[in-house]
Design a binder for this molecule. Structure first.
Ligand SMILES: [Zn+2]
Length: 217
C-alpha cells in the first residue's frame, strides 16, 4: 500500500473516530500531522531502501567498505572523548560502563555484520546509529536513547525478512518510546501516533500480502 493511501486512511480514521468523545481525539493541525506521519511510520524501511537504492547504486564497493571502517571508528573515538570528558568533570567511576569499550564492540559487530552484505550502506549507517545511541544512552544514563537504539537495532536485524514493524509487538514498542518522549516534553500526542500506526497495520492486513501481526509467536 502506498504512503498516500496510508496517510489518507490515517487522517480519515482520525476524523471519524474524533466523533467518539470517549477516545479524546481532537482534530487540529498538530493531531492531523501527527496521525499522518504515524500512518507511514511502519513503512519507513521501504522508504529508506527506495532512497538508498537510488542514492547508492553507483557507489563502489571500495567506498562502502571504507565507510564501514570509518563510521564505527568515529563512533568509537567520540565515545572515548565523551567518556574522558565525563570522567574529568565528575571525577567519578560510578558507572562500570566504559563507552570506549562499547565503541569497540560496535566497531567489531558492525564490521562482522557488514562483511556478509556488501553494498548495503544504509545498514552500516543504521547499525552505527543504533549502537551509537545505545552507547551514548548508557553513558548519559538516558533510557529513551537506549530504547530507541535497541529498537532501531532489532528493527534492522529483522527488517524485510519478517515485516516486524507490522506487528502488535512493534506497535507496543513504538507507543512506549513515543509515550516516554511525550511525558518528558508534555506533548500529549501518543494517542495520535498509536492511531496512525494501528490503522496502518490494519489496512495492510487487508492487502494480499498481509502482515505478521503476531510476530514472535
Ligand atoms: Zn505497510
Amino acid at each position: 500500500m502506498k504512503y498516500e493511501e496510508h496517510t489518507a486512511i490515517g487522517i480519515t480514521g482520525l476524523l471519524i473516530l474524533s466523533k467518539i468523545k470517549i477516545l479524546g481525539l481532537d482534530v487540529n493541525i498538530v493531531s492531523i500531522l501527527t496521525t499522518g506521519i504515524a500512518s507511514i511510520l511502519a513503512d519507513l524501511d521501504h522508504l529508506e531502501s527506495r532512497i538508498s537504492n537510488k542514492m547508492y547504486s553507483g557507489i563502489s564497493r571500495a567506498i562502502t567498505n571504507l565507510l564501514s571502517l570509518v563510521i564505527p571508528t568515529v563512533l568509537a573515538v567520540i565515545s572515548y572523548i565523551q567518556f574522558n570528558k565525563w570522567n574529568n568533570i565528575y571525577r567519578s567511576s560510578t558507572s562500570s560502563w566504559n563507552p570506549f569499550v562499547v565503541g569497540l564492540v560496535v566497531f567489531a559487530i558492525s564490521n562482522l555484520l557488514i562483511r556478509e552484505q556488501y553494498q548495503v550502506i544504509k545498514k552500516i549507517v543504521a547499525y552505527g546509529v543504533a549502537f551509537g545511541l545505545i552507547a551514548y544512552g548508557i553513558y548519559k544514563e538516558n533510557r529513551i536513547l537506549i530504547s530507541i537504539g535497541l529498537f532501531i537495532g532489532t528493527y534492522i536485524l529483522t527488517e524485510h525478512r519478517s515485516g516486524v514493524t507490522h506487528s502488535i509487538l512493534s506497535a507496543i514498542i513504538t507507543t512506549l518510546i513515543v509515550l516516554k518522549i511525550d511525558i518528558k516534553y508534555n506533548l500529549n500526542l501518543t494517542r495520535y501516533v498509536l492511531l496512525g500506526y494501528l490503522l496502518h497495520i490494519l489496512s495492510d492486513c487487508f492487502t494480499t500480502r498481509g502482515c505478521p501481526i503476531f510476530f514472535l509467536l
